[in-house]
Design a protein around this ligand. Structure first.
Ligand code: KG4
Ligand code: ZN
Length: 333
């Protein structure tokens, strides 16, 4: 079979990204234009600004990809785009742009779910091996998913309230750190110790919860301020991170045992976290499970992961027509 080159577009949040991916496993060229610095001024993503910036940036990003990738338009087999979940206005920019390109260049169009993208990002580093347990940890989601084959997503556990990345971002804000908070909280935590008691999280089954932990941190900071005491930010970040990550490790251990898991993957923006990586490595070693985590550049939002997730859909000829719409639905898949 000829090599399949998919031009993929991702605009679900605050990154405008276009990539060309070969056979779902090799990123030939990618441009990720982040709006992070802009949103940092507001302490989080402002949806209206995000969609306006995508509109301004997307043609420049495409121009760069077309000028610098060794693949010409005639070599491209299909156009793939993230259609859900995400910010409605942001998603719409990508979806309408993808439809225009598919029409103009006469290529099939593939609609890709953003969460599937995070999972299939692993194929850019190593092959997904089924059956597997996927730990999906991002700014919007925290899920444990069992996959027995391609595109077979059995969500066994989800956060009941905040996503883990969201909790990191809120803790960062209360500690006076810039958005996105995750990497900044991680930096402090590295130099801290677990010296604060932030309580315990009790959630049944495989579900998770982060709002209680987040509130404990916020309350502690406010109380110390009222008592005119200074908070040891490194220790507080470390205490928070330890509980936040350990919750996932405990649930993952339970799933590994009960579902007899042999392969584990970690996906989503928080998978860039080094403490999480270290803890899952230990978990996998202990249970004799194969671990796969994408390269750092494929952990946070990017278009290469959308090209990787589009490939199995291309093989099954799961194309969509121009009635495709963006969906900001809370439904995962
Ligand atoms: O997957 P992603 O790029 O966007 C969503 O789909 O949400 O994830 C972004 C989230 C943010 O909440 C960010 O703070 C978090 O991932 N994040 C981290 C780290 N890097 C990014 N959280 C903890 N540690 C990190 N190193
Ligand atoms: Zn994401």
């Amino acid at each position: 079979m000829n090599d399949i080159y998919i031009l993929a577009i991702e605009t679900s949040c605050d990154e405008t990204s276009i990539a060309i991916v070969k056979n779902g496993s090799k990123c030939i060229y990618m441009n990720v234009l982040s709006q992070m610095d802009l949103h940092a001024n507001f302490g989080g993503v402002v949806p209206e600004i995000a969609s306006r910036k995508h509109t301004e940036n997307i043609t420049m990003v495409l121009e760069d990809v077309l000028n610098n990738s060794p693949i010409s338009i005639s070599d491209i087999s299909a156009i793939a785009v993230t259609y859900s979940p995400g910010l409605m206005g942001s998603l719409l920019v990508g979806v309408e742009f993808a439809k225009t390109l598919a029409f103009l260049w006469d290529k099939p169009l593939i609609a890709v779910n953003h969460m599937a993208g995070h999972i299939y990002a692993n194929n850019l580093t190593s092959n997904l091996k089924f059956p597997l347990l996927a730990i999906v940890v991002s700014g919007g989601h925290t899920n444990l998913i069992i996959m027995k084959k391609d595109y077979d997503f059995n969500v066994i556990g989800s956060t009941l309230d905040d996503a883990i990345g969201e909790a990191y971002d809120k803790v960062a804000r209360v500690l006076g750190l810039k958005y996105p908070g995750g990497p900044n909280v991680e930096k402090l935590a590295k130099n801290g110790q677990v010296n604060y008691n932030l309580g315990t999280i009790k959630v049944d089954g495989y579900n998770l919860s982060y709002s209680g932990l987040k509130s404990s941190v916020i309350n502690l900071v406010h109380n110390e301020k009222q008592r005119k005491k200074t908070v040891n930010k490194n220790d507080l970040a470390c205490s928070f991170q330890t509980i936040a990550i350990n919750q996932i490790i405990q649930k993952a251990q339970k799933a590994i045992t009960n579902y007899n898991i042999k392969n584990l993957i970690v996906a989503g923006g928080v998978s860039a976290n080094r403490y999480l990586r270290q803890e899952v490595e230990q978990l996998c070693k202990k249970n004799n499970v194969t671990l796969s985590i994408p390269d750092f550049k494929y952990c946070t939002d990017n278009a290469a992961m959308i090209g990787a997730a589009a490939y199995p859909l291309f093989l099954k000829k799961k194309f969509v027509d121009f009635s495709l719409n963006a969906s900001s639905s809370d439904e995962l898949f």
